[in-house]
Design a protein around this ligand. Structure first.
Ligand code: AMP
Ligand code: TRP
Length: 337
């Protein structure tokens, strides 16, 4: 029981960086533009409530993530793009799934263990039950739309396995209904921090570690110029910082330039200034139309809000049908209309 429905979600955690873009969002855009799938993408603000957070910041980040996804290339004409909390059926299905998911399965989720340990080290540690049941909500996100394909990173594999288990247990108990969703692994580059190329590029390593997707050109040039490389001594192998710059160049679609640098470097000392210039200019060129789209969206917030409502309406039309059928199957009483 497979289909061509793709679903994925991203938490509204603040600005997107090029690591998120090349590692996730660019792939979403490719799937959308391939014409082979019905693509549904969600800003998962309910998931962002599972860790300690600030209400005003979440409110603001939800709108800005929606804007950023559109600016990055998600097209509301071709994909359903929406905000999770505007479709309340997610939480209803999550309740039903909480009752077909075993407590034991949830206790084996490694992300819960990692995140709760992270919190335990802090003062006034508060570990919410929401953090524990997070994967149940994620299964509901996916199955509400009967999605069979879920493009996510390696770190989400266990959550996807749980979603399959939940679908399977539901089908077993209430009759074949949900597809078993598959992780869609695609070759996406993993980018490393500019200031410490042994670590994954991440906002938690500070602003010099990443290039934000909508960063002004001057700031992109400055950050790339100060990226950590190596001495360029041809007697020694190329370090991870320089490799990372080459990876960014390729991710920008400039394989031609990357190959040229590799050829030059194979024949003598590695001079990194020209590589850095090329990387900065490739990033600036790639993100130019995105910066323009974002500026246009931010200049017309009423239009953004309209797109948000329309996205939620399209999602809801599908979600309400699923919920009706789930209520019937699970014995939730509904008086005849
Ligand atoms: P996060 O906000 O870190 O959970 O990331 C959101 C998405 O971006 C996930 O799908 C990650 O796999 C992806 N991502 C984050 N950082 C990187 C990176 N440095 N390189 C590649 N992909 C990344
Ligand atoms: N848990 C995912 C993450 O942290 C986000 C997410 C929530 C998601 N619901 C989803 C991803 C449904 C794919 C499908 O990256």
């Amino acid at each position: 029981m497979s289909n061509n429905i793709v679903f994925s979600g991203i938490q509204p955690t603040g600005e997107l960086h090029i690591g998120n873009y090349f590692g996730a969002v660019a792939n979403w855009v490719r799937l959308q533009n391939s014409g082979q799938y019905q693509t549904i993408y969600c800003v998962v603000n309910l998931h962002a409530m599972t860790m300690p957070y600030d209400a005003a910041t979440l409110h603001q980040n939800t709108e800005s993530m929606f804007v950023d996804l559109l600016a990055a290339g998600l097209d509301p004409e071709r994909s359903i793009v929406f905000v999770q909390s505007m479709v309340p059926e997610h939480t209803e299905l999550a309740w039903v799934f909480g009752c077909v998911c075993s407590y034991g399965d949830l206790t084996r989720q490694t992300q819960f263990k990692e995140k709760s340990e992270q919190l335990e080290g802090k003062q006034d540690a508060f570990i919410s039950a929401g953090l524990f049941t997070y994967p149940v909500l994620q299964a509901a996100d996916i199955l509400l739309y009967h999605a069979a394909h879920v493009p996510v990173g390696q770190d989400q594999k266990q959550h996807l396995e749980l979603a399959r288990d939940i679908a399977q247990r539901f089908n077993h108990q209430f009759g074949e209904y949900f597809p078993l969703p598959d992780v869609m692994f695609t070759e996406t580059p993993k980018l490393y921090a500019l200031n410490d190329p042994t670590k994954k590029m991440s906002k938690s390593l500070g602003p010099r570690s990443y290039v934000a997707l909508f960063e002004p050109p001057e700031s992109i040039r400055s950050k790339i110029r100060s990226a950590v490389t190596d001495t360029g001594n041809p007697e020694e192998p190329m370090g991870p910082g320089a490799q990372n710059l080459l990876a960014i160049l390729r991710a920008c679609g400039r394989n031609d330039l990357a190959e040229q640098f590799e050829r030059d470097y194979a024949n003598g000392p590695r001079r990194y200034a020209p590589l850095k210039d090329a990387v900065a200019e490739a990033l600036i060129a790639l993100t130019e139309p995105m910066r323009e789209r974002r500026a246009a969206l931010l200049a017309d917030r009423a239009h953004v809000h309209r797109l948000m409502r329309e996205g939620a309406e399209k999602a809801r039309a599908i979600a309400q049908k699923t919920i009706r059928e789930v209520r019937e199957r699970t014995g939730l009483f509904q008086p005849p209309a």
